[in-house]
Design a protein around this ligand. Structure first.
Ligand code: ZN
Length: 398
């Protein structure tokens, strides 16, 4: 029988310490491992604007931005839904033109960076692309006015790679009411119902962020598929018109859909929203003196580049405010119906703790701290959106 000498105890302790240090250094921290194992999905970003109007390459670490390929890779984001946001003043007859321009610019940018990203048309595409270690980029039109009341245009956008559409932005257009405008139809009219049914038939994901409450309930009555809020918060946490009521969250859960919790700071915090409104109220008279620019492309470019002038820098919401919205949505809708839809935009502030896509591990860490199980964290970080995408966009593959 041999005894362990004090010397060998020290040696063993050294080995244990070296092993522990090495594990930590090489990413064996349990949260790092969990984040790496999770499918991480952001359901809303306006990268296409940077590509078209700033002529930037998404493969570069972009100036004054939150999202680009290097930052997505650093934050281990697997799926980035890119919105093709259509300016409301292009309604009724210049909207499709902008949608085609953004679509062409964005598909070109994806093609140019094909070593790192791929356009994803379906849920199966997403699984295939992510399995190769690349970032999947589904494209979504933001603003149903883009189709100019023509189902043929909707079919064309789908054929060219668009897999989702936000039914309205901030105007009530010819077939659906927005949360930011006077109602025209008390929800969805007959053409609106036809659009919903055609999206069901094509296998396109219906996005109800921005629509009026009544439009949301009409969509739920009409659709045969789950729907999403790609970027919204909870009205019970911040009573902003863009956020979703508890009734709507419950109905969304019954529909099988998902809400992507937005990071946009005025939607997160009532105090910050009030401060931003005050600052904008002072700024508005100056804006109104600026003559309308006839050249639409120039006008959009100038507006895009001038974003960020009227955001207060005090009392910015934090990661904890974002987690409060997630907690509430989980409490009301259930953990199977909550995801992330950041909407981080250049030159506008993001919540403290989330500088950009590279800080997504902070969300995983925050959820873990709040006591979520690993399985539930994976659902919130991306599995829930994958479930809906597969259910809706893969159906014509079956
Ligand atoms: Zn939006």
């Amino acid at each position: 029988m041999s005894k362990i000498s004090p010397f060998s105890c020290v040696q063993m302790l050294t080995v244990v310490l070296i092993f522990a240090f090495a594990s930590f250094t090489f990413g064996q921290d349990p949260v790092d491992r969990l984040h790496r194992e999770s499918l991480v999905w952001d359901c809303h970003n306006d990268l296409a604007y940077r590509v078209l109007y700033e002529r930037l390459d998404i493969g570069d670490r972009l100036p004054a931005g939150h999202v680009d390929i290097p930052r997505l890779q650093e934050g281990q984001v697997d799926v980035q839904v890119v919105a093709l946001f259509i300016q409301n003043y292009l309604y009724p007859d210049k909207a499709a033109r902008q949608a085609f321009q953004l679509l062409e610019a964005m598909t070109g940018a994806i093609e140019k960076n094909s070593a790192a990203v791929e356009l994803a048309r379906t849920g199966s595409d997403i699984e295939r692309i992510v399995a190769k270690g690349k970032i999947a980029m589904p494209l979504a039109i933001e603003g149903g006015h883009a189709i100019e009341n023509d189902l043929e245009l909707l079919r064309k956008f789908h054929e060219l790679g668009v897999s989702s559409m936000t039914l309205t932005h901030n105007i009530s257009h010819d077939w659906a009411d927005s949360s930011a405008d006077k109602p025209r139809w008390d929800g969805l009219n007959d053409l609106g119902r036809k659009v919903v049914k055609e999206m069901n038939r094509l296998g396109m994901v219906i996005d109800v962020s921005h629509v009026s409450d009544k439009t949301f309930f009409d969509v739920i009555e009409t659709t045969e598929d789950p729907v999403i809020f790609s970027h919204s918060g909870c009205r019970a946490v911040n009573p902003h018109r863009r956020n979703v009521s508890d009734d709507m969250l419950q109905v969304l859960a019954q529909n099988g859909g998902v809400i992507g919790i937005v990071f946009e700071v005025t939607f997160l915090s009532p105090k910050y929203h009030q401060a931003a409104q005050k600052l904008r109220a002072i700024g508005r008279p100056i804006y109104q003196k600026v003559p309308v620019i006839e050249d639409m492309d120039l006008r959009i470019t100038i507006e895009h580049l001038s974003q960020g002038r009227d955001w207060p820098l005090e009392n910015l919401p934090t990661l904890d405010d974002l987690l409060d919205h997630i907690d509430h949505a989980v409490k009301i809708a259930g953990v199977d119906h909550v995801g992330l839809g950041a909407d981080m935009y250049p030159r506008t502030p993001s919540p403290l703790g989330i500088r950009g896509a590279h800080d997504y591990p902070n969300i995983t860490r925050g959820l873990k701290k709040r006591g979520y199980s690993e399985e539930d964290i994976k659902k919130i970080m991306g599995q829930n959106f994958l479930r809906v995408w597969k259910q809706v966009t893969d159906k014509n593959l079956r």
